[in-house]
Design a protein around this ligand. Structure first.
Ligand code: NAD
Length: 348
């Protein structure tokens, strides 16, 4: 049977939610376009063994909305979207499935650009790209986005340090980097070069040993993060790491890291304020990767990427000033900045 594209009822405030099915290729995917107010929607494709289609719909809509905010804040001239393929990436994925997914993306005629996300590799995207001109983040084009993500986090961390400590000199500041993967290790190297005293943790002992030797880092066990003395906490592993209990024990005065969805619940934003801990919203500081991907969409080079990184650091500074002035959380201020941008452009 050929590919079928069916429009589903999109939640209020979303532009489009599409279901793509191709039985012979084993494809069952959902593509959500949250907003094209600022440009065509862009956001990765995730493959996951969702327990039910409604769980997949919840995830794809939540992620698509998040991309609108991230792309707007990074000034990319792009809206927000996301796609999910329902299935086990290790067992079910085939080149044929990815090609069918590419055909589905192509049928949206450029309203949505796709890229890799959890469960999808650059090689998978290359199969999708055989069928669509709207697949980006290919290893032959903009390349690995992680160094750009690390650079963006580092620049924002310097802005945060200036705000919190009155100086962006990291010499002797104690920074804990949680997760030494693609982004965390690169960030740890930059922090080391800037003179910070590192504490590192990872569930991978080889990564920890490398940082201990090369970056002269102190090491802590993954479950001992919130028992450490530190000035700055840089979460670069998992989401949901800041729970109420963790914030109560956190000694850092600044949190700035790459991990997505760091606040376990929205109320943790208030817990951070009451403990006088400055939190730089994850979706703002970790936009370096999507900036890199966007440069591929727009056909721009490194100068454009660097200007966008400068832009996010500048917006972090504005956000911190406003949050301090109104005694509100940086997350609320960031969301409000995006909503103002969207309203201004919808009206235009
Ligand atoms: P990665 O998989 O390369 O690295 C994650 C690291 O965290 C791994 O080394 C892993 O062993 C470690 N880890 C896992 N559980 C841990 C735990 N309980 N305690 C300590 N360490 C643990 O991922 P990445 O690409 O470096 O991304 C890191 C985070 O940043 C993720 O949350 C990702 O969603 C987010 N992010 C990444 C990018 C990017 O460009 N790669 C862009 C935006 C956001």
């Amino acid at each position: 049977m050929a590919l079928t594209l069916t429009d589903l009822q999109a939640p209020h405030g979303f532009e489009r939610l599409v279901e793509a099915k191709d039985q012979s290729a084993g494809l069952h995917a959902l593509i959500c376009v949250h907003s094209t107010v600022l440009g065509p929607a862009a956001g990765g494709c995730r493959m996951w063994a969702y327990a039910s289609p409604s769980e997949a719909i919840r995830d794809v809509t939540r992620l698509a909305r998040g991309m609108t905010y991230k792309n707007a804040m990074a000034d990319l001239g792009l809206g927000g979207g996301k796609s999910v393929i329902i299935g086990d990436a290790r067992r079910d994925k085939t080149p044929d499935m990815m090609r069918a997914f590419g055909r589905a993306v192509q049928l949206l005629e450029g309203r949505y650009f796709t890229a890799e996300d959890v469960g999808i590799s650059p090689a998978d995207m290359a199969h999708a790209a055989e069928e669509t001109e709207f697949a980006v983040g290919l290893s032959t084009a903009s390349g690995d986005p992680s160094p750009w993500t690390a650079e963006g986090v580092f620049r924002c961390l310097l802005v945060g340090a200036q705000h919190v400590f009155g100086s962006n000199d990291l010499q002797g500041r104690r920074v804990l980097v949680q997760g030494l993967g693609h982004v965390g290790l690169s960030l740890a190297e930059k922090l080391h070069d800037a003179g910070a005293d590192l504490i590192v943790t990872d569930i991978n002992p080889d990564a920890v040993e490398d940082a201990r030797v090369r970056l002269k880092a102190d090491v802590c066990a993954p479950d001992a993060v919130f028992d450490q003395q530190m000035d700055i906490f840089a979460p670069c592993a998992l989401g949901g790491v800041l729970t109420g209990d963790h914030v109560a024990r956190l000694t850092a005065r600044l949190v700035c890291g790459a991990a997505n969805n760091q606040l376990a619940t929205p109320t943790v934003g208030q817990d951070l304020i009451s403990r006088n801990i400055t939190y730089l919203p994850d979706y703002v500081v970790n936009a370096g990767g999507i900036i890199s991907v966007a440069s591929e969409i727009h056909g721009t080079g490194n100068g454009w990427r660097r200007a966008r990184l400068d832009g996010i650091a500048g917006r972090v500074s504005q956000m911190l000033d406003r949050a301090a002035q109104h005694n509100r959380s940086t997350t609320e201020i960031a969301d409000e900045m995006v909503e103002t941008m969207l309203a201004r452009n919808s009206a235009a």
